[in-house]
Ligand binder design. Structure first.
Ligand SMILES: Cc1cc2nc3c(=O)[nH]c(=O)nc-3n(C[C@H](O)[C@H](O)[C@H](O)COP(=O)(O)O)c2cc1C
Length: 315
């Protein structure tokens, strides 16, 4: 089964992607967190650095663009094409208030006329430049039934892959996913489909396969794969257990690499704490050490807490 690593802003940075890819491998595509082109520049220096080929060696990477103006989207796509990328992804899912207020992300789904004209422009560009454009979308902005019209629109363009997170904007990332709409997509989509949403274990994945009476391949994994970095290997039958030795390597590599580029200590610790908010579930019984980890202000204090947590899972 092909596994795609979902983009998670602030988490799946080039540092994390490199560490994951060298330690676990077996990811067919990574997607960058969104790049937001503006009239002034196709991308910021930070975004350029994250997507630079020299920072993503050996990784099959698809840069993601968040825009509602086709000229801005195309400027960013052109720069990415010059860097060597042959696929970019359009973000139609971001639920954030500030993003949606500007008519971008999930906010763009509310204006199907503007969306259609935007897609006309960007797919004309894609045809001329031999670029692939995939789309990552929600079901709609206000109502899931918006998906019927949206799918008709997507079906009229050469969308290279349609990644569907079956929720609407106001669902954010919570509550049951609206699986019946993904079933509809399976019946009606002319674009190759990718399922994304709430796959946290093999059991959950198997239930989805049963529910859809279809093998979900590829699947895109986000929080589940951060929370248990062995999940991709588990889904592919390569292991049944979380590999704590690999996990330690992942932790140490990400931590060391952030220490090289971030300072003072507290900025490194913000990054690591965010990761630990997902990793915590792998370490039942370490609640006291997590409190120390969350309170740490210096790397030395963090190191002490982490070594106790990691020791708890060593043979
Ligand atoms: C902290 C966070 C950051 C995210 N950043 C992005 C992003 O930059 N681009 C995007 O398309 N989706 C983003 N997402 C959505 C995820 O890619 C994914 O669609 C969502 O988490 C549902 O999949 P999951 O249940 O496997 O995590 C983000 C989600 C979270 C929780």
């Amino acid at each position: 089964m092909k596994i795609y690593f979902a983009p998670l802003e602030g988490i799946t940075t080039y540092i994390f992607r490199n560490a994951y890819s060298s330690i676990y491998g077996n990811i067919d595509k990574f997607f960058t967190p969104f790049i937001t082109p503006s009239e002034k520049a196709p991308m910021s220096q930070r975004e350029r650095n994250d997507v630079a080929p020299e920072n993503n060696n050996g990784i099959n990477l698809v840069p993601q663009i968040l825009a509602c103006r086709s000229d801005c989207f195309i400027d960013a796509a052109k720069e990415l094409h010059e860097m060597g990328y042959s696929e970019v992804n359009l973000n139609l899912g971001c639920p954030s208030g500030t993003v949606c207020a500007k008519g971008k992300g999930a906010g763009f789904l509310a204006d199907t006329i503007a969306l259609q004209s935007f897609l006309d422009d960007i797919y004309n560009y894609a045809a001329a430049e031999d670029m692939r454009i995939s789309v990552k979308t929600r079901l709609g902005y206000n109502e899931p039934d918006e998906f019927y019209a949206l799918l008709d629109i997507f079906n009229s363009f050469p969308v290279s892959e349609l990644i569907v997170h079956p929720r609407i904007r106001s669902d954010y990332y919570k509550g049951e996913t609206r699986k019946e709409y993904f079933s509809y997509a399976l019946e009606r989509s002319k674009c190759p489909l990718v399922y994304n949403g709430d796959i946290f274990g093999v059991k959950g994945h198997d239930e989805l396969t049963g529910r859809f009476r279809a093998v979900l391949d590829p699947v895109m994994l986000g929080r589940g794969l951060i929370s248990d970095p062995s999940l991709a290997d588990k889904l592919n039958g390569l292991t049944t257990q979380t590999d704590y030795a690999k996990f330690r390597k992942l932790h140490d590599t990400v931590y060391e690499e952030y220490r090289k580029v971030l300072s003072p200590d507290i900025n490194v610790l913000y990054k690591m704490r965010e990761l630990w908010s997902y990793w915590q579930n792998l370490f039942d019984g370490c609640e006291r050490d997590f409190k120390h980890l969350q309170k740490a202000k210096k790397c030395s204090e963090y190191d002490d807490a982490v070594s106790l947590i990691l020791q708890s899972r060593e043979a």
